[in-house]
Design a protein around this ligand. Structure first.
Ligand code: GDP
Length: 391
């Protein structure tokens, strides 16, 4: 028999042990919530940065880091193609509305006589549609209005159909940005300074990043002081490296280096910005010809996009002619359509060059570049209820 007093001592002993253990656990947990003094992270030490135990400062003899190696800030997520199309309609509806509304109101008059047709012609010419396309359109409208009558619904339908035909929905407006034979697609952006080349390269990089493509930028506009810096900033925002050379260096060597980097990094697309000095055709031809030749030593050029400013009218058409003689343009980017009521330039420039408008710039914002869609363009021109009537 164990005396009761012994049991009591045993129970007290166990209780002390249990309470002691619990207290220990609680203190351990509480301690683990305290901020831990971390050692300097050694996980990712970018080349040229000090590691543990080294001086805090970057050694003077360390080579300068390139854009690719620089730690990037939080990356932006570019807008999808669908969102851009919605915005295209909104922006064009406000800038191109006067043309569409003007045409509609003329054709909806009780009496559409010779004077009215002249007014229609003037309106189209003022919007830079060009002489031959204007005459064709007026001819077709005249015939159809005579045959089909002009109740307000049918005038809208006729106008919509004929404008879409004029802009030509049959042209292939897709961008060739696919890797081929193990090489990235190379896109050369050409055009006169100030048209929006560099901005368009930046915006296009965002479009491609939104489609999960690996992009490398080439800042071959080495004549405009800020162009390379501008391009690098566009790239940084979406995590795309920009290859650049010193100011005033040979554009062809920067283009070469950019494509070499693209090949090496197995990128999908290399976008090359070029300089657009138009003081003489021979110089431009030499320069762009050389850029193209050296690029092609690495990978074939898949697109040459000519950037034209929609607000420059006939001047833009002249530039288009010069560039057509200098390089094989595969597509047109029409910028600043948001700031011009002269959307007819789409028709004129396509006729002049025989190549489609593939992209349009609709503002200064980062995602203000949209694929060109003839139907959306005409719907925006004519206003929303026309789009509904046409559906
Ligand atoms: P570059 O000399 O041809 O490279 O021209 P930039 O890319 O530097 O552009 C010249 C100016 O045009 C800049 O102020 C751009 O913001 C502006 N710009 C470019 N595209 C558009 C556009 O689609 N709409 C408007 N409103 N401005 C644009």
């Amino acid at each position: 028999m164990v005396p009761v007093g012994d049991y009591l001592w045993l129970i007290i002993g166990i209780a002390v042990l249990v309470i002691g253990g619990l207290a220990g656990l609680v203190t351990t947990r509480t301690r683990s919530r305290k901020p831990i003094e971390r050692p300097v992270s050694t996980d990712v030490v970018a080349p040229g940065e000090p590691g543990v135990g080294e001086d805090a400062e970057t050694p003077r003899d360390t080579p300068t880091r390139t854009v690719e190696e620089t730690a990037l800030p939080t990356l932006e997520k570019p807008e999808s193609a669908a969102g851009r199309l919605v915005r295209l309609r909104q922006r064009l509806a406000s800038s191109q509305g006067p043309l569409g509304r003007g045409l509609l109101s003329l054709l909806s008059r009780d009496v559409v006589d010779e004077d009215t047709w002249e007014e229609v012609e003037d309106l189209l010419l003022t919007a830079d549609v060009g002489v031959a396309p204007t005459q064709e359109l007026v001819e077709r409208l005249r015939t159809r209005v005579k045959v089909e009558g002009k109740s307000s619904a049918s005038v809208r339908d006729i106008l919509r159909e004929e404008l879409v035909t004029l802009v030509d929905p049959t042209l292939d407006r897709s961008l060739d940005v696919e890797r081929r034979e193990g090489k990235p697609a190379v896109v050369l952006m050409v055009g006169v300074n100030g048209t929006g080349k560099t901005t368009t390269v930046g915006k296009l990089a965002r479009v491609l990043v939104a489609e999960d493509k690996q992009v490398v930028l080439g800042a071959a506009d080495t004549f405009r002081a800020a162009a390379a810096e501008q391009l690098a900033t566009w790239g940084e925002r979406v995590g795309v490296p920009a290859v650049r050379g010193p100011e005033g260096s040979d554009p062809a060597s920067v283009a070469f280096e950019a494509v070499r980097t693209g090949v090496e990094q197995e990128a999908d697309v290399v976008l090359v910005d070029t300089a657009g000095r138009l003081q003489n055709k021979a110089g431009l031809m030499d320069e762009l010809g050389k850029v193209k030749r050296v690029v092609e030593k690495q990978a074939p050029v898949s697109e040459v996009l000519l950037v034209l400013d929609a607000t420059t009218g006939q001047n833009g058409m002249m530039q288009a002619r010069v560039f057509r003689e200098v390089v094989d343009v595969s597509g047109i980017v029409l910028t600043k359509l948001d700031g011009s009521a002269k959307g007819g330039i789409v028709v004129a420039v396509q006729r002049e060059l025989g190549v489609p408008v593939k992209l349009v710039g609709i503002g200064e914002g980062a995602d203000d570049l949209a694929p060109f869609d003839p139907e959306a363009f005409v719907d925006a021109l004519l206003g929303e209820d026309v789009a509904q009537a046409g559906e």
